[in-house]
Design a protein around this ligand. Structure first.
Ligand code: SF4
Length: 400
């Protein structure tokens, strides 16, 4: 059986490289055209090519979202764009419109066509319906339960992709016009203003029923499926997808590395991870950011406990403070990303080392002056780290 794919997001070339180096088997990104979140994209065709070349070198691949819901005027230049993606080595496109799927099969037949989660595929009959356009893979709706996924993969001979981590819409994914209505920013064109997460007064007709001090807000906890990876592998899902093209390099590195290690452990041990191992991986993931998480729909329709009312985070546990650029016998050259000081205890993590901690004994700035604190973003500081680290490793502060 083919090993399950770990698919990571990237909002720019640096993030794509990070995701690949930290263990992603494939990376998905959006170009400046024909993609949702095109506002968030830094990928023109040259950047996509650079990502493809980097991916090829590291045994990974690039998927490109071509997932706008097109109006008639949106087709201009699309044929040429699809051909260009095929030519530069993109493996797959992710489409939300059957019209784009059909066009891609006609003009760029080497591109795999993956049906986007925006098509809200939650059952085998829907997959059957789309068989006419011959998709290579179906990205299942986040609203599937694990049993739905098992049913689809058991009854149909098609590759499936399932979300395992990241933001959830409080509305049905891809079916929300809240942002359009309130801000004229179209969620189906990458412009969602996350209006669901704003704070609201509640009215029943004209009667205000919320307290001025306690405003109502709606957001879902983020999805975290650490305890579902074994089930997905067992269900023969082809690809596990992490959401978050807007997320930071640090977030991508942390989340990708954690799922990479978990997936590899499951294949090595050929067994379901113990509760202790699940707790360990959940703790590692929590170092990425402070949004509260849940299993989404995987155990069934979420109850109130799957949502957040008024609160968002669980408190920050870690800050990304620096990126390792180089190391010699005396010093490690660290690009500053957040404040740290002499006497701080910091943790290094990277794709090829286990997490390791050290105490900052001294900091030399760019003029080789001793300083007590590193606080200029992107400045390169010299710090002695008493063990081997590698270019691209990340350094974080933790809060006990
Ligand atoms: S407004 Fe909220 S629920 Fe609607 S698409 Fe945006 S994030 Fe999703």
């Amino acid at each position: 059986m083919e090993k399950i794919e770990l698919l990571a997001p990237a909002g720019d070339l640096e993030k794509a490289k990070t995701a690949i180096l930290y263990g992603a088997d494939a990376v998905y990104l959006g170009g400046k055209k024909f993609s949702l979140r095109s506002r968030a994209s830094n990928f023109d065709i040259e950047d996509i090519k650079a990502a493809c070349d980097f991916a090829k070198k590291h045994n990974s691949s690039i998927h490109v979202t071509v997932n706008i819901i097109p109006h008639e005027s949106d087709f201009e230049g699309l044929k040429e764009y699809l051909k260009a993606l095929e030519e530069i080595g993109v493996k797959a496109i992710i489409v939300a419109s059957p019209s784009i799927a059909v066009l891609a099969k006609e003009v760029a037949s080497k591109l795999e066509v993956h049906l986007s989660t925006q098509l809200s595929i939650t059952n085998a009959k829907s997959v059957d319906y789309f068989n006419d356009i011959n998709p290579d893979r179906v990205v299942l709706a986040r609203e599937c339960t694990i049993d739905n996924i098992k049913h689809i993969t058991k009854h149909l001979n098609i590759k499936t992709e399932a979300f395992i981590h990241g933001g959830m819409c409080v509305n049905y994914s891809g079916r929300c016009t809240l942002s359009n209505a309130m801000t004229l920013r179209d969620a189906n064109r990458g412009g969602c203003a996350q209006s669901c997460r704003w704070k609201y007064h509640l009215y029943d007709a004209d009667v205000k029923i919320s307290d001025d001090d306690i405003l109502f807000s709606m957001s879902s906890k983020d999805l975290m499926a650490v305890d579902k990876i074994y089930d997905m592998i067992e269900a023969n899902v082809s690809s596990l997808k992490i959401e978050g093209r807007m997320k930071s390099n640090y977030y991508i590195a942390t989340v990708v590395k954690t799922y990479r290690k978990l997936i590899d452990e499951i294949y090595e041990t050929k067994s379901r991870p113990s509760d202790d191992r699940i707790k360990y991986y959940e703790k590692e993931i929590s170092k990425a950011e402070n949004r509260l998480t849940s299993s989404g729909f995987y155990n069934g329709i979420p109850t109130a406990s799957g949502h957040l009312y008024g609160i968002n985070g669980a408190g920050v546990t870690h800050d990304f403070v620096g990126l390792v650029l180089d190391q010699n016998n005396d010093y490690t050259f660290i690009q500053t990303r957040n404040v740290y000081s002499v006497n701080d205890e910091l943790e290094v993590f990277g794709p090829n080392i286990d997490n390791k901690r050290f105490i900052v004994k001294s900091i030399l700035d760019e003029a080789d002056e001793n300083v007590k604190i590193a606080n200029r973003p992107m400045s390169i500081m010299k710090v002695h780290i008493p063990f081997k680290v590698n270019k691209g490793d990340m350094i974080r502060r933790f809060y006990p």
